[in-house]
Design a protein around this ligand. Structure first.
Ligand code: S3P
Length: 428
C-alpha cells in the first residue's frame, strides 16, 4: 500500500507508544530459558517480535496471554526441543543473531532463514565467535542466511573483542555464554545498546576506555516480570515531527530512557530542539519516563562519526531527514554499517534526499548535505525498509507537495500503529 503524505497541521496531544523492540526480543529469549513463568506487560505486536515469538514456540516454549500480559513458560537452560521446521526470522536481524547464540549451545541441529532482506545480511560477525565457542554454523558462501547451526553443549568460554560495534553480536556471544563451561567475556571499544547486560544483571568492568562484560555459564536466568517501556526509536519519529511542524506540542508517556539509546535526544537538543525529559522510574534496570516536545527552530552543524554511530544507529535515517528540513549542515561518516541494515540505508537516504531537492554528496561510509526549508515532495524508494519509510513520512510532513511512501505498512515491523497515529495530522 502507498501512503500519501502532505504538509501537517500542528501535532498535539499525549501519546503512549508500542514497547521497545530491542527489550522485547531479549525478554522473550531470556524468558524462554528461565526457570519459571514470565509475564511481559505492554508487549508490542511488532512484526519482528512476532518472529521471535514464533521461533521460541517452535523450540517448545509455551506462550499464552492473560488479561494484561504475554505469559511465557520458561524451559530452563536445558529444555528447548529440536524444531521440526526451519526457523523463520522474517525481516529481523536481532532474532537471527541473538537466537543463533542460543542455538549454538543446544545438543541438536537447527536451521534459520528469513526474508529477502535478511538473506542479504552479514552473519560472519556471529559465525566467527560462535564457531570459536565450538558450534558449527553453515551459511551461504557469502556468510548470509540460511544458517544451519550444529550446536554443542557445553560451549567453550571465550574472550572476544568485538570487531564491529554491534549489540546484536555482543548479545549473541553473551547468550551463548550461558551454555559455556566457565566465564565468557565480551570487550567493547565503542559502546552499543546494553539491554542484554541489564536484563541478565551481568558484571561490567572498564579498562583503558574499553567495556568488559562477562557471563558465567550454567546459571539459569530467573523469570521476568516487566512492563516494557515505550520504544525510544519509535518515539523519535514523533519527536522529529513535533520539532519541525510549527505550533506542535506533544507529550510521550513511559518511553525507555536507557542512556545507550537516548543520544538522539541530545543531538536534537543541540540543534535547538525543546525536548524535556522527566524520568519516572525503572523496570528491570531500564529507566523510563515522559518526553515533552515543542516546535523549535532547528539549525546547526551536525557531524556524526565514531562513537556516536552505534548510539544513533537506528535513528540515523530520521536524523538526516530532520536536518534536511532545517538550516543545517549535516555530515555522517564512519557509518558503513548502515549499508548492512534492512536495506542499504546510505544508498536509499542519498537517493531519496536528492529526489526531494537536496544536493547530497555520497561517501562509502556516509554522506553530507546542506538542509533547506523548501524540500519538495517525491515518490520515495523504501526497499521495504521500515525505518526509511517512517523517516521519509516525517520529511513529507514538512515538504511542499505530496510525498508517496510505497509499502507504507513496513512500519509494522517496529512501530505498529504508526500511520493511525500520524494520519489525523496530515492535511487533505
Ligand atoms: C539491535 C541492535 C542494532 C540495531 C537493531 C537492534 C538490538 O543492530 O540496529 O535495530 O536489538 O540489539 P547492531 O547492534 O547490529 O548495530
Amino acid at each position: 500500500m502507498d501512503a500519501v503524505v502532505r504538509r501537517a497541521r500542528p501535532i498535539t496531544g499525549e501519546f503512549t507508544l508500542p514497547g521497545d523492540k530491542s527489550i522485547g526480543h531479549r525478554a522473550l529469549l531470556i524468558a524462554a530459558l528461565a526457570n519459571g513463568t514470565s509475564e511481559l506487560r505492554q508487549f508490542p505486536n511488532s512484526g519482528d517480535l512476532v518472529r521471535t515469538l514464533d521461533c521460541i514456540r517452535s523450540l517448545g516454549v509455551g506462550v499464552g496471554r492473560n488479561e494484561t500480559s504475554l505469559v511465557i513458560e520458561g524451559k530452563g537452560l536445558g529444555g528447548l526441543r529440536e524444531p521440526e521446521q526451519t526457523l523463520d526470522a522474517g525481516n529481523s536481524g536481532t532474532t537471527a543473531r541473538l537466537l543463533s547464540g542460543i542455538l549454538s549451545g543446544q545438543t541438536f541441529q537447527s536451521s534459520l532463514t528469513g526474508d529477502q532482506s535478511l538473506r542479504r545480511r552479514p552473519m560472519k560477525r556471529i559465525i566467527d565467535p560462535l564457531s570459536r565457542m565450538g558450534a558449527r554454523i553453515d551459511s551461504t558462501p557469502g556468510f548470509t542466511p540460511p544458517l544451519t547451526i550444529h550446536g554443542r553443549f557445553p560451549l567453550k568460554p571465550i574472550s572476544y573483542e568485538l570487531p564491529v560495534p554491534s549489540a546484536q553480536v555482543k548479545s549473541a556471544v553473551l547468550l551463548a555464554g550461558l551454555f559455556a563451561e566457565g566465564t565468557t567475556t565480551v570487550v567493547e571499544t565503542q559502546p552499543s545498546r546494553d539491554h542484554t547486560e541489564r536484563m541478565l544483571s551481568l558484571p561490567i568492568t572498564e579498562q583503558g576506555g574499553k567495556k568488559i562484560v562477562s557471563v558465567t555459564g550454567g546459571k539459569t536466568p530467573g523469570p521476568i516480570q516487566m512492563n516494557i517501556p515505550g520504544d525510544i526509536s519509535s518515539a523519535s519519529y514523533l519527536i522529529a515531527a513535533a520539532l519541525t511542524v510549527p505550533q506542535s506540542e506533544i507529550v510521550l508517556r513511559n518511553i525507555g530512557l536507557n542512556p545507550t539509546r537516548t543520544r538522539i535526544l541530545g543531538v536534537l537538543q543541540n540543534m535547538g530542539g525543546q525536548i524535556h525529559v522527566h524520568e519516572r522510574g525503572s523496570e528491570l534496570g531500564e529507566p523510563f519516563g515522559d518526553i515533552h516536545v515543542s516546535f523549535s527552530a532547528l539549525s546547526g552543524n551536525i557531524t556524526i562519526t565514531g562513537r556516536d554511530v552505534p548510539l544513533l544507529i537506528d535513528e540515523l535515517p530520521l536524523l538526516a531527514v530532520t536536518a534536511a528540513l532545517c538550516k543545517a549542515h549535516f555530515q555522517l561518516r564512519e557509518a558503513r554499517e548502515l549499508r548492512h541494515k534492512e536495506s542499504d540505508r546510505i544508498a536509499l537516504l542519498v537517493r531519496n534526499l536528492r529526489s526531494m531537492g537536496l544536493d547530497v554528496e555520497e561517501y562509502e561510509d556516509g554522506f553530507a548535505f546542506e538542509g533547506k526549508k523548501n524540500v519538495i515532495g517525491a515518490r520515495i524508494q523504501t526497499d521495504g525498509d521500515h525505518r526509511v519509510a517512517m523517516a521519509f513520512a516525517v520529511a513529507g510532513l514538512g515538504a511542499h507537495g505530496e510525498t508517496v511512501i510505497p509499502d507504507a505498512h513496513s512500519s509494522d515491523i517496529s512501530f505498529p500503529g504508526f500511520w493511525d497515529l500520524l494520519s489525523p495530522f496530515i492535511t487533505s
